[in-house]
Design a binder for this molecule. Structure first.
Ligand code: FES
Length: 164
């Protein structure tokens, strides 16, 4: 998905060229750019402006309206905390808060060491297992604060002992 070697200008040019001109194409263009480059950089937004006439600030404003878009490079591992109804009523927001504190980032950000990105997402489709957290697509069920060190440990390679 994310190619650090991709040339932002050429990727944006190629994607914009495949869509009809006009504002109605902005969201699909932004989605494809994020798929290819991993996030929407300031450079990508400037390229959109050059090629579509839609200002970078307008494109940014539209993108910030949707939680799917990110503006910083993704971390090595992506942690998704489900914000769907079933998980929400089982207090998944507390899990997100705890992760935010532990990792020292807000939702939508990447840790300073680049290891983790933290996201809140809509229903992950396994409500019976709520509250659910997924790391790089692997689902962890019935997550509690106590389980977080073990889950993070799997991706930090530090052998944090199982605390369950
Ligand atoms: S609400 Fe969280 S998996 Fe459905």
């Amino acid at each position: 998905m994310c190619s650090s070697h991709a040339d932002t200008a050429s990727v944006v040019a190629e994607i914009v060229a495949r869509h009809p001109a006009g504002r109605s194409s902005l969201i699909p263009v932004l989605q494809e750019i994020q798929e290819r480059l991993g996030f929407l950089s300031a450079e990508a937004l400037r390229e959109i402006q050059q090629r579509t006439g839609i200002s970078a600030s307008e494109a940014y404003g539209v993108a910030t309206f949707y939680t799917q878009f990110r503006f910083t490079p993704p971390g090595k591992h992506t942690i998704q905390v489900c914000n769907g109804t079933a998980c929400h009523v089982r207090e998944s927001h507390r899990i997100a808060d705890e992760l935010s504190r532990t990792l020292g980032v807000n939702v939508g950000e990447t840790t300073a060491d680049g290891n983790f990105s933290l996201e809140r997402v809509a229903c992950l489709g396994c409500c019976a297992l709520s509250p659910v957290v997924a790391v790089d697509g692997k689902v962890f069920a019935g997550v509690t604060s106590k389980k977080l060190p073990a889950i993070l440990g799997e991706y930090q390679g530090e052998g944090i002992p199982e605390t369950l």
